[in-house]
Ligand binder design. Sequence first.
Ligand SMILES: C[S@@+](CC[C@H](N)C(=O)[O-])C[C@H]1O[C@@H](n2cnc3c(N)ncnc32)[C@H](O)[C@@H]1O
Length: 234
Amino acid sequence: LLPTSLFQFERTRPMRLAAYRRAELARRGRVVEVGAGECPVAAEVAARTGRAVWAVDLERPAAVPEGVRPLRGDAHHLSFTDGSLDAVLFHFVLLWLQDPVGALREARRVLARDGVLLVLAEPDLTARRDEPDTGLGRALADAVRKAGGHPDAGSCLEEWLKAAGFRAELQRTPEEWVEIADPAECLHEVKALREAGALSSHEAEAMAAAERDAEGERRVALPLSWAVAWSQSR
Ligand SMILES: C[S@@+](CC[C@H](N)C(=O)[O-])C[C@H]1O[C@@H](n2cnc3c(N)ncnc32)[C@H](O)[C@@H]1O
């Protein structure tokens, strides 16, 4: 599965920090990130709160950042007991899950009564715009669809949270163009798609060439959805 791209992670930091403040993460002891990947978010939260953060994923991270405790596990069946956590975070993950509502219900099960859920940077890849159009946006949406995921996760988030029994404050980042100055950012995504088997080597080479040609004029608009949520039965 594709990691979060660098351009998203760096540029969306202000949105994450605002969500951390709204969720009062600084005072929450038992915090878990689900679908943590290489754990950039878990590491960021651990550094900001000064407390360890558990990082659940199907795979182990290549390297474990400071303050992060990796745990192999599935978002649909967490190994925590009912009501045992103060905060659960997802970052760029629900789109990849077979059953996002099931995973959100599972998050609700493990959260304490006054626990908080953060769903960060869920994209709507079907609304992504690429200029010039190298095909990268469509290839990403296709890869998610073929993996059984939901490329339009951002647009579904409100409905999913309601179905899972959460009361949520939602935001959608404005659909603004982001200039991609360094072609390496898009080449990184092309490479990940190739490695995931979503592109043939021929397709990946052609797309990489188009990305290199676009240097200096490349921009992307990708709507992202954000939620801080509490259990409705609180
Ligand atoms: C796009 S990555 C995001 C990783 C990380 N949250 C970040 O923002 O860099 C999606 C992650 O979800 C994990 N994942 C997918 N399905 C999962 C599942 N059912 N349970 C736990 N993790 C899962 C993948 O292994 C991958 O690391």
